[in-house]
Design a binder for this molecule. Structure first.
Ligand code: ADP
Ligand code: MG
Length: 190
């Protein structure tokens, strides 16, 4: 089983949205589980309506052999649990918006990943990109870890995705999601 952690000490950056959509996308071809470690307004509340993948709050799933992929969604703060989850994960996705202040805000999450010797597993994903945004070199140089080539646009279909079982109704969103999924898979085998 490959484990993919989504983390950032701030709320509203897209952890839960990307977790859901990546899980949904891989569930088309693999056995997928989401471990929800955020108990406030989060994916576990959708357990009854999601049939494509499993959702649990039980951390013993970390040692399960029932799934091909385990995604872990985390709360908007650096929990005591996080160092252990970082160590158990194969890829660590840190979603962020692309503004200078947003990028500066990922530093404490990145530091914690660094303290756990896991920088090489980290992948920063720029999310909620507005039309015609290009990332300045100034912003890029602030980030010490790999930035995913795929930038996820700000699209209404992502906002609705948890109610509509994904983003396949939007070609553009699905293409972005497929590209990001591929990047995550490549990172998993490297
Ligand atoms: N790419 C995107 N395009 C449009 N809305 C998005 C996108 N990613 C996230 N959102 C919206 O932004 C808000 C915060 O996302 P969420 O996944 O809950 O963040 P987090 O889990 O980090 O707190 C939600 O309303 C979500 O629907
Ligand atoms: Mg969340």
């Amino acid at each position: 089983m490959k484990t993919i952690l989504l983390t950032h000490q701030k709320g509203g950056v897209g952890k839960t949205t990307l977790c859901f959509n990546l899980a949904m996308n891989l569930a088309k071809e693999a056995k997928v589980c989401v471990l929800d470690t955020d108990y406030q307004g989060s994916l576990i509340n959708l357990k009854e309506v999601i049939s494509d993948f499993e959702i649990t709050t039980d951390v013993s799933v970390l040692n399960s052999d029932k799934y091909d992929f385990l995604f872990i969604d985390t709360p908007p703060y650096l929990s005591d649990q996080l160092p252990g989850l970082i160590q158990k994960s194969d890829v660590i996705i840190v979603p962020t918006k692309a503004g200078v202040l947003d990028v500066m805000a990922i530093q404490s999450t990145i530091s914690l990943i660094e303290q756990n010797n896991a920088l090489d597993k980290a992948l920063v994903v720029l999310n909620m990109i507005k039309p015609n945004t290009t990332l300045t070199n100034e912003v890029k140089s602030q980030i010490k870890v790999t930035i995913a080539n795929t930038m996820i646009n700000d699209l209404v279909v992502f906002t609705r995705s948890v109610l509509t079982s994904g983003v396949q109704q939007s070609k553009k969103a699905q293409r972005l999601l497929d590209k990001l999924t591929k990047e995550v898979l490549v990172k998993l085998i490297n």
